[in-house]
Design a protein around this ligand. Structure first.
Ligand SMILES: [Mn+2]
Length: 362
């Protein structure tokens, strides 16, 4: 039985484009701490083998400091570490992997050919390959390979795309994984945790990226940790991210927008990045900049979007012989011939206009 930690898609030195420049710079710095947290966890758990399934770097063009800190953090790991480079950090002569001075416990697959690494003290073999260019259009590396049944633990470590036909990132079919006869296939590339999947007797999984980088990578992020024995896999998802990206839609209803948002939030959001979208029908004007200002201290970073619609009965005062009535008549005419986008803008103008006429707080 071998205790493993499986992580992938760290994408160190990502640009964090969903954030403003200052936050993005801060996130790049703190994302380097991720590897330290991973290593402490592995040491605490007495992990024997750390499997990193590619895309450790967001590109081949990393800061020297990022490489040095990664190598030094992995050197603190009591486990053996195996890396299979992916499409973002493909292995190239004079590339990022060759420029870094790796500690002795780190082993890197450098060829696009299935290679076997033996760990006799663990009775365990790891089979893997590297991307050596940004695209690999087949899973030919697995052709003809079947792990023996010899009482050892057999692991596959690979960056690739299961279930995506014609993928440029090593398309893998479950049947191909099944034929490998390994006990566990530790995969990288897909950024959401896949759950533990099965192809015949072969268990495979994507842990997803351990730190979200945008609103397409939401919620809890982490790694997989546990034991693998011949024919027996017992792995748990372990949250390890420092910050979560969360999408929250809030129906304003009859409440003040700020009140509606606060009511919808979980108790602790200070470390997280939120995109809050206001929805529903309301005749209250929604001022996203004001909301942002008054709520942003509750988050690491916040974005507020307005998708509310105007209440239909707001047009009712259209017939009134008053400033209000004239204002509504004017806009109603334009509203009727307007397209979807312009209608949203007109509704917004009506809400702001009526609030001003009524002298209401905006
Ligand atoms: Mn990838």
């Amino acid at each position: 039985m071998v205790k493993i930690l499986h992580a992938a898609d760290l994408h160190l030195d990502s640009a964090f484009t969903a954030l403003d420049e200052e936050h993005a710079r801060h996130r790049r710095q703190e994302s380097r701490r991720l590897v330290e947290r991973m290593v402490s966890y592995a040491n605490e758990q007495d992990v024997a083998l750390v499997l990193l399934a590619g895309d450790l770097f967001d590109s081949g063009d990393i800061y020297a400091q990022t490489g040095e800190e990664l190598a030094s953090a992995l050197g603190q790991c009591r486990a053996q570490v195996v890396i299979a480079p992916g499409n973002h950090d493909y292995y190239a002569p004079k590339g990022a992997y060759e420029r870094i001075c790796w500690p002795e416990n780190v082993h890197i697959f450098t060829q696009d050919v299935l290679t076997r690494l033996d760990f006799p003290s663990l009775s365990c073999s790891v089979y893997g390959a590297a991307f050596t260019s940004p695209a690999v259009d087949s899973a030919a590396v697995l052709d003809g390979f079947t792990a023996p049944e010899d009482g050892w633990v057999h692991l596959l470590l690979l960056h690739g795309d299961v279930g995506v036909k014609d993928s440029r990132y090593r398309p893998l079919r479950p049947e191909q994984l099944q034929k490998t006869n390994v006990d566990y296939a530790a995969l990288g590339h897909q950024h959401a945790f896949s759950g533990l999947c099965r192809a015949g007797s072969v268990v495979y999984a994507y842990p997803g990226c351990p730190e979200g980088r945008g609103f397409d990578e939401t919620g809890e992020k982490g790694v997989l940790c546990g034991t693998v024995a011949p024919g027996e896999v017992s792995l748990q998802f372990v949250p390890l991210c420092q910050r979560r990206y969360e999408l929250l839609r809030v129906d304003v209803g009859d409440r003040e927008p700020e009140e509606a948002i606060i009511a919808a939030l979980p108790p602790e959001t200070r470390g997280d990045v939120y995109r809050i979208t206001l929805t529903g029908e309301t005749d209250r004007p929604v001022r996203t900049e004001v909301l942002h200002q008054s709520l942003c201290d509750r988050f690491y970073a916040l974005e507020v979007r307005d998708e509310t619609r105007m209440k239909r009965d707001l047009w009712e005062k259209c017939g009134e012989d008053s400033l209000r009535g004239l204002f509504l008549q004017q806009l109603r005419r334009r509203y009727e011939s307007a397209g979807e986008q312009e209608r949203m803008e007109i509704e917004r103008a009506v809400r702001f206009g009526l609030a001003a006429i009524d002298n209401r707080e905006m």
